[in-house]
Design a protein around this ligand. Structure first.
Ligand SMILES: NC(=O)c1ccc[n+]([C@@H]2O[C@H](COP(=O)([O-])OP(=O)(O)OC[C@H]3O[C@@H](n4cnc5c(N)ncnc54)[C@H](OP(=O)(O)O)[C@@H]3O)[C@@H](O)[C@H]2O)c1
Length: 394
């Protein structure tokens, strides 16, 4: 039975709390966030829904001494970082100082530079190893489950995987002309950046949304899918041996792209400070204030998500193509957790990652990505915990 500290009471944090409360692996849960009011809301919901008590605390996760003090007080077996990618390094550092296991769902990102890199998190490997603690990086859906799907394909279907396409479709409709399904700042920074894919040992850069293909997503249908850079590719090229190409595609509707282009053209996606009526503001952060809070979208969202991987390669001398995917229904996830499917598909794997660590199914000293562990217990847990998956030979 584990004592856990969850940091970040946002859209994904709610799902993590709901799922951990229902799993017998975790017997003591503390939810901490920048604002105590965000935690108190989920504390009340959990009491009303499950008649379970969780502790709450206020913490600024940019402040290492404050994090260390909180961890020393709560004495958790592990910390689940469900705040923002900006806080990855401070929370990792506090975990190191207190010798506490760590998990997150997104790659570190510097607030002033919209780029993802594992370099700074991987640099903790030796120090975590020496301290006898583990960090599990990217235990969401993508990154996260997509990495586990690749490891599962490698283990059960191929001698060598040659190509991987990660295919992320959200066909949910929330009825707003424009909104993002998770933190708007993180989301818009990701999709307005240049695209990148990896082929024959090198990265190839593309203009934003330059490469498009149409994919027929099971239970959804054909959708325009655009090539983006996505962080799990950086670890997968290291760990899937023999890989020749990896790409990531995400679906976007016409309306989303038109809004994004207009916002970009007028400078609203800027991440540098501008002077506005004597005040310094960051346009992207101001836009976040104007847009609907993703945590409130659940109630209005209808439709499904479908995220998976298509791997091609060789098995017993034969060419083979495998598609592994999950379909998640926004209305069903709302019923279960008061959250839309994007938060749900991230929060459930975060809980499962923590469960794998606390049940010692995935436990090692150092810093690890998801595909470095045996995929089987994780895949089994996905089916039990609400994210059923399918395998198709194409
Ligand atoms: N891997 C995946 O598949 C995937 C998919 C989607 C999202 N994600 C990741 O999941 C994470 C959470 O996303 P989300 O949609 O839940 O975002 P969100 O709704 O904006 O929630 C983030 C929460 O973090 C808290 N926070 C922000 N700065 C903080 C600080 N300095 N100290 C303490 N708490 C702080 C905020 O707290 P307050 O409310 O208290 O102010 C907020 O509630 C992000 O890292 C995102 O990139 C991963």
């Amino acid at each position: 039975m584990a004592n856990i500290l969850i940091i970040g009471a946002g859209g994904v944090g709610r799902v993590v709390v709901y799922k951990c409360v229902q799993d017998p692996t975790f017997d003591k849960i503390t939810l901490a966030s920048r604002r105590l009011s965000s935690c108190a809301r989920y504390q009340e919901e959990v009491k009303a829904r499950y008649d379970k008590d969780i502790d709450i605390a206020e913490v600024d996760a940019d402040d290492i001494p404050a994090l260390v003090a909180l961890i020393q007080k709560v004495k958790p077996d592990m910390v689940l970082n469900i705040a923002l990618p900006y806080q990855d390094l401070t929370i990792m550092e506090a975990c190191l100082q207190t010798k506490t296991h760590y998990l997150d769902t997104a790659n570190y990102e510097h607030p002033d530079a919209a780029k993802f890199e594992y370099k700074e998190q991987w640099a903790y490997h030796d120090r975590y190893k020496d301290a006898g603690i583990m960090a599990l990086l990217g235990s969401g859906f993508d990154p996260g489950v997509t990495n586990v799907f690749c490891a599962y394909a490698q283990k059960h279907y191929f001698d060598t995987i040659e190509t991987i396409d990660i295919l992320d479709c959200n066909a949910g409709d929330h009825g707003y002309p424009f909104a993002t399904n998770f933190n708007p700042e993180i989301n818009l920074r990701e999709v307005s950046s240049k695209g990148r894919y990896w082929e024959e040992g090198k990265w190839i850069e593309t203009e934003p949304m330059e490469i498009k293909m149409v994919w027929d997503y099971p239970e959804i249908g054909k959708k325009d899918s655009y090539l983006l850079y996505h962080e799990e590719m950086e670890s997968l090229i290291k760990h899937i041996k023999g890989l020749k190409r990896i790409r990531f595609f995400m679906t976007f509707g016409e309306s989303y792209l038109t809004h994004m282009k207009c916002l970009e053209n007028v400078g609203m996606l800027g991440i540098e400070e501008v002077e506005h009526m004597g005040q310094k503001i960051i346009p992207m952060q101001f836009l976040k204030t104007l847009l609907p809070d993703p945590a409130t979208l659940g109630e209005r969202t209808k439709g499904k998500t479908n995220i998976g991987i298509v791997a091609t390669g060789i098995k017993d001398g034969q060419k083979k193509t495998i598609y592994i995917y999950n379909i998640c229904d926004h209305e069903k996830t709302y019923k279960e957790t008061l959250s839309q499917a994007v938060s749900y598909t991230t929060g459930v794997p975060a809980m499962i990652g923590a469960k794998m660590m606390m049940q010692q199914k995935w436990l090692n000293d150092g810093v690890f990505n998801m595909e470095q562990f045996d995929p089987d217990p994780f895949m089994e847990a996905l089916n039990q915990d609400g994210l059923t998956w399918f395998v198709k030979e194409l």
